[in-house]
Design a protein around this ligand. Structure first.
Ligand code: SAM
Length: 273
């Protein structure tokens, strides 16, 4: 999207109305091209507080790949509900899942219609994958969406993915209650994959970043480890637990786990038994 006002789909026209969005700011962090000047401004302000954010975004994508690969290839999960999926980028959920199992079903859900506009083009020929525009703050609407109902068989285990999205929900939007509602909607044997910004008690940057994001983007809650743990309530947490992202079953040895780049986001996988 090189101009600051662009049509991205024959049906959906996304205009730069001067309001940044989380999907597009994250796209900046991943060195994508689907963002506007206003998104780049928020990204720059965030990077000035925490220069490691681009590295952190890559860690977030890398754990997503490892988790989806593990669940599809080793736990036999055939359905993935990717909530707050973001703009298509390198190695999307459906690519990783369908590499392990070509029949795996993936539904991407995002509040930002730009995700649908870009996803449609990408998925034209993939009958096992859909993109849905819906608001996670209304989980019943997400779950009853016709495409979700058509693609996901809720009598079988599902992986519910909440990767980098719960920090975009404010406390008074009840993210914990939303996770609970999702937990009730899926059968035992289902998995929850969650990553989130984490407050680092030994570094002021995490609080500074929260201030920048809340004032300039409107969302971006940096939660304590105890608050994150609450999202996994009632689930059996898989080893190695809720950990800094690069430490979750790494493909390569992490030589220095003390940096902000490694520790600012934590995540894990929980199983409903
Ligand atoms: N899940 C991807 C990942 O981790 O690589 C993208 C994460 S991106 C940081 C967060 C995404 O959540 C954005 O695309 C944003 O539009 C979406 N989002 C924020 N609030 C949402 C809501 N209430 N309902 C659905 N999606 C939402």
């Amino acid at each position: 999207m090189s101009s600051d006002s662009a049509a991205v789909d024959s049906e959906i026209v996304v205009l730069d109305n001067g309001v940044p969005t989380a999907a597009r700011v994250y796209d900046v962090m991943l060195n994508g091209k689907d963002n506007y000047a206003i998104d780049r401004q928020v990204a720059e302000a965030s990077l000035s507080v925490m220069p490691e954010l681009k590295e952190i975004a890559l860690h977030n994508r890398a754990i997503l790949h490892r988790v989806v690969r593990h669940l599809a290839a080793e736990q036999g999960i055939t359905q993935f509900l990717d909530l707050g999926s973001g703009l298509p980028t390198a190695r999307n959920t459906h690519e990783v899942a369908q590499e392990a199992n070509p029949d795996a079903k993936v539904v991407y859900v995002d509040i930002d219609p730009i995700v649908l506009a870009h996803g449609r083009a990408l998925l034209q020929d993939n009958e096992n994958t859909r993109v849905v525009t819906a608001d996670l703050r209304k989980p019943e609407e997400v779950l009853s969406h016709p495409d979700v109902q058509e693609m996901i068989d809720f009598s079988k285990p599902v992986c519910v993915m909440l990767c980098g999205i719960l920090h975009h929900l404010a406390d008074d939007e009840d993210p914990k209650g939303i996770v609970q509602a999702l937990r009730e909607a899926v059968v035992p044997g289902s998995y929850f994959f969650i990553t989130n910004f984490t407050r680092l008690s030994d570094s002021p940057e995490s609080e500074e970043l929260e201030k920048v994001l809340l004032s300039q983007l409107g969302t971006g809650r940096v939660r304590t480890p105890a608050e994150l743990e609450e999202f996994f309530e009632g689930l059996e947490i898989l080893a190695p637990g809720i950990v800094p992202l690069p430490l979750w079953r790494p493909d390569e040895i992490v030589t220095d786990a003390t940096t902000i780049g490694v520790r600012f986001m934590t995540g894990g996988v929980g199983r409903k038994n």
